[in-house]
Design a protein around this ligand. Structure first.
Ligand code: FAD
Ligand code: PYC
Length: 402
């Protein structure tokens, strides 16, 4: 009776590590796997290993709430997030893997005059950047999402920043699709292989020490999100990154009641409905550094309270699951895609609360940086911006309290 659940071919191989690779990527999250994929796809480099201490996609990539949008303020951000969003449009076909990309539209509610001004400004900036967004009035908000209480007990909805081609995708599938494509190109994805040391000689990387032995490489990409500081320490440099837990939860499944994504940043909660019918819910990040993958209790109450006042219809829903991920926060809430003080070590991190949407664009840029030493998409996101004071302030567009 259970035969149909056996004998499936493996989607990706599980090889023993070689002694040496041209490129090692540490971290088999979305960003690490996308980096490997575009190394192969765009540059023909396939002697690549992706080393993962746990299981592929088990970090933030498999823990996020899957919101995809590119409505950021600064030009450098709009460019990389829009590149990513546009790659998502055809990625299922390219990888021949159903990522369930659903451009159902994302709205960020404006519930104070200050937010109205801010989002109008973002919409103007997006128009210049070629990113399709608009500021919509409260009646249109209600039309697009009838379950919102636009009167709001504390903060009435005054309008919203609306990105019609924003949406969601199946997070695990993004990791799985890239992993299968990398494996098909002959790359090695090695799970349960924790990097415990980074070996250098004369200021240049020579390889890594791992729980499965030493492995040599010519180039190393560190793509480990919340553990970036730990890896940087192994290589002998420091990062302007803080690691905190961000949590999410899902409700019991209900009939379709909401076909857009809503972020309510003043009361602070956001929600969408998954294809299974569960309401996917999140709120703010922990206010202190930690590695718990759980999240503080008080955020559960604050998030649910915010969403009950925005969507009174959900007040009697039961929550099924709650979890956390460790997000890597920079001071300007923008990522780092950069060379490092050690020759041939590159780092991709700092996506904080918002890197799922960026995975294809980030992998594209990181691969180019690792091969050519520069990438137009990554140019503004170097580590030197913190020394030079060229911050890319996206604390509002990040949309998640922190
Ligand atoms: P990860 O997926 O965390 O991958 C890093 C990998 O590195 C992990 O698998 C880890 O095990 C591995 N690793 C660490 N140390 C080592 C080591 N020493 N050796 C080997 N491997 C190692 N973003 C959005 O755009 N939209 C959202 O709606 C959204 N919601 C979120 C909700 C939550 C609750 C969380 C936690 C995050 C959310 N994000 C969202 C952010 C997004 O999830 C991350 O920015 C993104 O997934 C980061 O991907 P990554 O590949 O860099 O990291
Ligand atoms: O970046 O859009 C986002 C986001 C929503 C929830 C967490 N991150």
């Amino acid at each position: 009776a259970f035969r149909q659940h056996t004998g499936w071919p493996r989607a990706w191989a599980s090889p023993e590590p070689r002694e040496r690779y041209d490129v090692i990527i540490v971290g088999a999250g979305g960003h690490g796997l996308a980096t490997a994929y575009y190394l192969g796809r765009n540059f023909g480099i396939t002697n690549v290993a992706v080393l993962e201490k746990g299981w592929l996609g088990g970090g933030n990539t498999g823990r996020n709430t899957t919101i995809i949008r590119s409505n950021y303020l600064q030009d450098a951000s709009a460019a990389i997030y829009e590149k990513a969003r546009s790659l998502y449009e055809t990625l299922s076909q390219e990888l021949n893997f159903n990522l369930m990309f659903s451009p159902r539209g994302v709205m960020m509610l404006a519930q104070t005059e200050h937010e109205v001004r801010g989002y109008r400004r973002t919409a103007e900036a997006n128009a210049l950047q070629g990113v399709e967004t608009e500021f919509i009035g409260r009646e249109r908000v209600k039309e697009l999402c009838p379950i919102i209480n636009i009167e709001g007990p504390r903060y009435p909805v005054l309008g919203a920043l609306w990105q019609p081609r924003g949406g969601t995708a199946r997070h695990d599938a993004v990791a799985w699709g890239y992993a299968r494509a990398c494996s098909d190109m002959g790359m090695h994805i090695i799970q349960r292989c924790e990097v415990t040391g980074i070996r250098t000689e004369g200021g240049r990387v020579t390889g890594v020490s791992t729980t499965r032995g030493d492995i040599g490489c010519n180039k190393l990409g560190i793509v480990v999100a919340g553990h970036s500081g730990v890896l940087a320490q192994m290589a002998g440099f420091r990062l302007p990154i803080e690691s905190v837990a961000l949590q999410a939860m899902v409700s019991e499944p209900v009939k379709p009641c909401m076909d857009v994504v809503v972020m309510a940043n003043t009361v602070h909660g956001y929600m969408s409905q998954s294809d299974k019918g569960e309401m996917v819910i999140g709120g703010g990040a922990d206010g202190f550094n930690n590695y718990t993958q759980r999240g503080s209790f008080h955020h559960i109450e604050e998030t649910v309270r915010a969403l009950c006042e925005t969507f009174p219809i959900i007040s009697r829903l039961k929550m099924l699951r709650q979890w956390g991920g460790i997000v890597d926060m920079t001071g300007d809430r923008s990522p780092i895609i950069s060379k490092t003080p050690v020759e041939n070590i590159f780092i991709n991190c700092g996506w904080g609360t918002g890197g799922f949407k960026a995975i294809p664009g980030s992998g594209w840029a990181m691969a180019e940086l690792m091969v050519k030493g520069e990438s137009p998409l990554a140019a503004e996101f170097g580590l030197n911006r913190f020394r030079e004071g060229r911050f890319i302030d996206e604390s509002v567009a990040a949309g998640v309290a922190h």
